[in-house]
Design a binder for this molecule. Structure first.
Ligand SMILES: C[S@@+](CC[C@H](N)C(=O)[O-])C[C@H]1O[C@@H](n2cnc3c(N)ncnc32)[C@H](O)[C@@H]1O
Length: 344
């Protein structure tokens, strides 16, 4: 049965569905979820372009942040466009590299690149010393939606109007309110906040697996304070074929569903787990790891080739240069946030 029909049936028999359940099904259902079924999504031909898909210098530059780890794990590894250049750039090859992916199509691609694959963090039974990476993963973890209502909050769940999925109001749950009290910031009446409890528990689990080493999480989003101006309608959105997509309720499974990540909440989780944790902007972080020097070297090479070199080689270097610069764009990928948590 089609995913939309199964969602309708569940609502008919159980009543309105919490938004996080809907988002989980729409993204991860094995027979209809956007990531859980269907083709590889994070590719040039797919639905969105991520930093590692834009340039291999993302992975190569991140390699400078992690020393010589024995184990490298990437979660939500997509096509392998971060892991491949990163592992190749490490001074000493790691003993173990694991690519964890919820998407079967992505696992096939990662297996073809020679990586050990798994479908969930839980498959890594034993804590290890090393590095955990995740780029654009947490924005896809199922969230709750809360709406400011006077001095209090209500949640948005999914109900039915005839056959159409519609948002309905539901009382805010206790743990929703606790998260909002800590991380919603100032929100006017009617303002919308995505409540990211699953991202918090994912981070706790990931840090619990790290006996010692570094966890690096990169995503769009910001601190609680920086997110306040985005609360009038909230930040939940869909993507399809590189463009903002339709209302998430229209075609569950056919679009990405995502929202800005609250990094203040994640920083607290990391610090409460005993990690030495800090937040950075992607542009500052990559610049500190040497990306501006790489760009200067590429520019010098392009100039050299312009003075009588091979025209094709020059075009290739120019395109590599432009792609590397895109990673630092202050209003684009450079504005992404990086959480670095070190466990000693
Ligand atoms: C936006 S894509 C990013 C892919 C890749 N990290 C990149 O930057 O190109 C998110 C990826 O995370 C995967 N994913 C989402 N939730 C996951 C989870 N809980 N465990 C493992 N993979 C997950 C999806 O299948 C998808 O490939």
């Amino acid at each position: 049965m089609a995913l939309l029909d199964r969602i309708r049936d569940e609502i008919r028999s159980l009543g309105p569905m919490p938004f996080e359940r809907f988002m989980g099904l729409a993204l991860y259902d094995p027979e209809g979820g956007f990531f859980g079924s269907g083709p590889l999504r994070s590719a040039k031909s797919g639905d969105f372009l991520t930093s590692p898909e834009v340039s291999p210098w993302f992975g190569r530059t991140l390699a400078n942040a992690i020393g010589e780890p024995r184990t490298v794990v990437e979660i939500g590894a997509g096509s392998g466009s971060l892991l491949r250049p990163l592992v190749d750039a490490l001074p000493v090859p790691p003993q173990r590299v694991v690519a964890i992916e919820a998407s079967p199509a992505a696992r096939t691609a990662l297996g073809d690149l020679g990586f050990e694959t798994a479908s969930d963090l839980a498959d890594l039974a034993e804590p290890f010393a090393g590095v955990i990476l995740a780029n654009e993963l947490l924005d896809n973890l199922p969230m709750r939606i809360a709406v400011r209502s006077g001095e209090s909050w209500v949640e948005r769940w999914i109900g039915l109007d005839e056959d159409a999925l519609v948002l309905v109001e539901a009382p805010a749950r206790e743990d929703t309110i606790a998260w909002l009290d800590a991380y919603a910031g100032k929100v006017a009446d009617g303002g919308v906040v995505e409540v990211q409890l699953e991202a918090a528990s994912w981070l706790r689990r990931a840090l619990g697996l790290l006996r010692s080493g570094t966890l690096i999480v990169v995503d769009y989003g910001a601190t609680t304070e920086e997110l306040e101006p985005r609360r009038a309608i909230g930040t939940l959105r869909t993507y399809r074929a590189h463009h903002i997509g339709p209302d998430p309720l229209l075609e569950p499974g056919a679009t990405d569903i995502t929202a800005d990540v609250n990094f203040t909440a994640l920083l607290d989780v990391a610090q409460n787990a005993g990690a030495d944790a800090a937040l950075h902007r992607q542009d500052d972080f990559l610049a500190a790891l040497g990306l501006r020097d790489t760009i200067a070297a590429l520019r010098a090479r392009e100039l050299d080739l312009a003075r009588g070199g091979d025209a094709m080689a020059r075009l290739k270097v120019r395109s590599e240069l432009k792609d590397a610069e895109t990673l630092l764009h202050p209003r684009g990928l450079g504005d992404f946030r990086v959480l670095v948590a070190r466990i000693r």
